[in-house]
Design a protein around this ligand. Structure first.
Ligand code: URA
Length: 194
C-alpha cells in the first residue's frame, strides 16, 4: 500500500518501539514544507522540542533559523526532522538501538519528500545517513551522492553555539549549500541576504 503523511504521522505518534516512548512528552515528527527540495536532519529532540512537539525550537533552533536566513532560506522552504523522534533523557546522544528503532520513520519521510539536497546537522545524523565512520571535523562541507540526493553535513547548531570558532567554516558550508540550491533546485526561491 502506498505510504501517506497521515498514515506515517499516526504510526509515529503512537510509536512504542523503544524505551524513549516512556519518557517523552511529545513525539517530534517534523516541521516545514513537505514539498521542499531541501531537507535538514538533526539528531533528536531536546527539552524544548519535547515540550512543543516541534524540531529545533530552542536556542539551537533559533541559531539554525539564523543560519538558514544567511542564505535566504527559512522553514517554509525546507523540511526539518531528526534521526530519533523522541527526546533522549538528559540530552544524551541517541543510542544505536533507539536510532535503529526510529530510522524507518525518517526514511519514509525522505521517500515522501524526495528532497534533492539533504543536510545532516552534526555527527550523529552524518554517521547514520552518509557513512558510519563519518568525521564531522574533516568531512563537513563535502558533498556525497547517495540514493539520488546530494548530501552534506554541517556542524550541529548546538556545536556552533558552544564553539564560535567553528562558525567561519560553517559560513563556507552555507555558501556551498546556497550554490548547490541555485544549481539544482528548480522550485526554491532564494531571497538575497547579501
Ligand atoms: N537538536 C537536534 O538535533 N534536534 C532538535 O530538534 C533540537 C536540537
Amino acid at each position: 500500500m502506498e505510504d501517506s503523511w497521515e498514515v506515517l504521522a499516526r504510526e509515529c505518534q503512537g510509536c512504542r518501539e523503544c524505551a524513549l516512548c516512556q519518557t517523552r512528552k511529545n513525539v517530534v515528527f517534523g516541521v516545514g514544507n513537505p514539498a521542499a527540495e531541501i531537507m535538514l536532519v538533526g539528531e533528536g529532540p531536546g527539552a524544548n522540542e519535547d515540550e512543543q512537539g516541534i524540531p529545533f525550537v530552542g536556542r539551537a533552533g533559533q541559531f539554525l533559523d539564523d543560519m538558514l536566513a544567511i542564505i535566504g532560506l527559512d522553514r517554509t522552504k525546507v523540511y526539518i526532522a531528526n534521526i530519533v523522534k523522541c527526546r533522549p533523557p538528559g540530552n544524551r546522544d541517541p543510542l544505536n538501538v533507539e536510532q535503529d528503532a526510529c530510522i524507518g520513520y525518517l526514511r519514509r519521510q525522505m521517500a515522501l519528500i524526495r528532497p534533492k539536497i539533504l543536510i545532516c546537522l552534526g555527527r550523529i545524523a552524518a554517521m547514520r545517513l552518509i557513512n558510519d565512520k563519518f568525521r564531522i571535523t574533516k568531512e563537513h562541507g563535502i558533498w556525497h551522492d547517495i540514493d539520488g540526493m546530494r548530501m552534506m553535513a554541517m556542524y550541529h547548531p548546538s556545536a556552533l553555539l558552544r564553539d564560535p570558532s567553528k562558525r567561519p567554516e560553517t559560513f563556507n558550508d552555507l555558501k556551498e549549500l546556497q550554490r548547490e540550491v541555485g544549481r539544482i533546485c528548480e522550485r526554491t526561491e532564494l531571497t538575497r541576504p547579501w
